[in-house]
Design a protein around this ligand. Structure first.
Ligand code: AMP
Length: 286
């Protein structure tokens, strides 16, 4: 753990020449184990069958749809979708002191400590490596500039997709979000139809309703209340927006304004990512 603690104290700006050695020591001592072939030095980056190096990050406010689009792309590209929010919720579902501590933090809309998040992420990556996974689409990490620096210290991020939606829509989407407590499926009962005005385009997003058998099992996330969503949005602007700038100045940021619901947005996102030549893949991921 020593190396990881050092890293969390601010060693993220490690000299590139020593990065390879440092990664090994981090991996050995802390378990912060981006697989060797995903690490930034010494070994060629992993590539998907289409020769893309898929080490991507999805940024965007709560409720924007990071999970929806990241999971579709992960199926399309054959790389894991790793959402730190899901890792945290798995932890909440367990019993024990960590679960109690995390529930309080998450239900207040606050961020979990870097130590806990990195620990959860490291374990998830290690499990993935053991199963032969390669590449990743991260969703919900990095969420602070410090987390972005830590990530940069251990691996090369190829692309950062910044999803954007107006704030009234974000709020409506969070309040309409429902999860099936049995199958884990994500749905949304919000019906959004905002007319354009004063040169601002309108936006229409039909609800994403669950199948009949999920209807009676729908639950709402504890942090999707109006008060908590507003706090999560406030924290996003304060702590996570600087991450957009972090990647913008590195030339990695792809800004994407969602034009509407999935049927409208998905093909446009594929075009923006130069993935629209795979018609058969589009239908496979839908
Ligand atoms: P999400 O599903 O991404 O909205 O995440 C749900 C909650 O998990 C957040 O409100 C935070 O409390 C926690 N969380 C997820 N990812 C992170 C992160 N990278 N850093 C700190 N806390 C996180």
């Amino acid at each position: 753990m020593t190396a990881l603690r050092g890293l969390l104290r601010g060693n993220a700006a490690v000299n590139m020449r020593t990065a390879g050695r440092w990664i090994s020591s981090v991996a050995a001592e802390s378990g912060f184990s981006f697989p060797a072939s995903q690490a930034r030095q010494g070994v060629a980056p992993r590539r998907d069958p289409g020769s893309r190096n898929v080490q991507w990050v999805f940024l965007g406010c709560p409720g924007v749809g990071k999970g929806t689009y990241a999971s579709r792309l992960s199926r399309l590209l054959g790389v894991p979708h790793i959402a730190t929010g899901d890792l945290v919720r798995d932890e909440l579902a367990a019993t024990g002191p960590l679960s109690k501590q995390l529930t309080e933090i998450v239900n207040r809309g606050q961020l979990v400590s870097d130590e806990i998040i990195i620990d959860l992420l490291s374990k998830r990556l290690e499990d993935g490596v053991a199963k032969g996974e390669s590449g990743f689409i991260l969703d919900g990490f990095p969420r602070t500039r410090r987390q972005a620096e830590i990530l940069e210290g251990v691996t090369e991020i190829e692309l950062v997709v910044n999803l954007k939606l107006r704030e009234d829509v974000l709020l409506a989407k969070c309040l309409g979000r429902r999860i099936c407590s049995q199958c884990g499926g994500n749905f949304n009962v919000a019906s959004i139809d905002i007319k354009g005005e004063n040169g601002r385009p309108g936006i229409s997003m039909p609800p994403l309703l669950p199948p009949e058998h999920c209807m009676s099992k729908l639950i709402t996330r504890g942090d999707d209340t109006e008060e908590v969503v507003k706090e999560r949005l406030r924290l996003y602007y304060e702590l996570s927006q600087p991450v957009e700038e972090f990647y913008r100045i590195r030339g990695k940021l792809l800004e994407f304004d969602l034009p509407g619901g999935i049927p409208e947005s998905w093909p446009k996102l594929l075009r923006a990512l130069n993935l629209d030549d795979h018609d058969e893949k589009q239908s496979a991921a839908a």
